[in-house]
Design a protein around this ligand. Structure first.
Ligand code: FPP
Length: 248
């Protein structure tokens, strides 16, 4: 699947976060049921994982299912869960062969037992891989994440192992689901909406946002390249005046 990693060029993001939006509209435009849009989205997931690994990205975080998505029609939720199970069963070995670690973040207690078992198994089977980590956010919400981190700190205060005045941004950040991972450098959202939609709220506070009109199933390596190119351009100007940026 994944070709050799190129050495990471300057200006390449280390951590990319993606909201994969537009599956439903992609299906509607073809007069197909929504779940077939999600199914078509798996190909774009594969292309994105492959493209990021090839470019030397260290972490890719994909928003697969939000805390709010539980409110969708039961049939769509059930078809999506089925798709996650199938995708994991089909892809885990290939990901592992390519040195990719899979990790799941979110309120996994809400998943059906067979999906939760699949998640635990996929994490265990890929745990030793270090080429790139793919974090799949499932039943995830940025506010849920911040509340969880706050609870952990509050428990430590209640247990007498942490002083309230010792709580700072770094200590809270460490308790988040991605507490061990540097914040995303680049955020991509497909589907034309310009919102963060309760994704990594804390982690994206200072980050580059890239919105793309294409619907997720149409996202491909050329779209990824465009987002990286935009990011590299922004990086080159970072903190400089326009005239400084043009000094060679
Ligand atoms: C949002 O599009 C997309 C989702 C809620 C599901 C994303 C899932 C996949 C791409 C399936 C594969 C994922 C993995 C990790 C194997 P939408 O339904 O809100 O689209 P719309 O805005 O056009 O209605």
């Amino acid at each position: 699947m994944v070709a050799q990693t190129q050495s990471r060029e300057p200006g390449t993001p280390r951590h990319v976060a993606v909201i994969m939006d537009g599956n439903g509209r992609w299906a509607a435009r073809r007069a197909l049921p929504r779940h077939l849009g999600h199914r078509a989205g798996v190909k774009a997931v594969r292309a994105t994982v492959e493209g990021c690994a090839r470019r030397g990205v260290e972490a890719l975080t994909l928003f697969a299912f939000s805390s709010e998505n539980w409110g969708r029609p039961a049939e769509e939720v059930s078809k999506l869960m089925q798709l996650f199970v199938e995708a994991m069963e089909r892809e885990v070995d290939e990901l592992s062969r390519n040195g990719i670690r899979l990790r799941f973040i979110g309120d996994l207690s809400k998943l059906q037992p067979h999906l939760r078992d699949g998640v635990v198994d996929a994490e265990a089977r890929t745990a030793g891989n270090d080429r790139m980590t793919v974090n799949v956010a499932m039943s995830y919400g940025g506010r849920w994440d911040i509340v969880g981190a706050t609870r952990k700190l509050a428990s430590a205060v209640a247990a007498g192992t942490l002083l309230p005045e010792a709580i700072d941004e770094a200590s809270l950040a460490r308790e988040l689901a991605l507490g061990d991972t540097p914040d995303p450098d680049l955020f991509i959202r497909t589907g034309g909406e310009q919102r963060i939609s309760n994704f990594l709220l804390w982690n994206l506070a200072y980050r580059e946002l890239n919105f793309c009109d294409c619907l997720w199933p149409d996202f491909n390596d050329a779209e990824l390249e465009r987002a990286f190119h935009h990011f590299a351009g922004r990086q080159r100007r970072f903190g400089l005046t326009t005239s400084q940026a043009f000094v060679v």
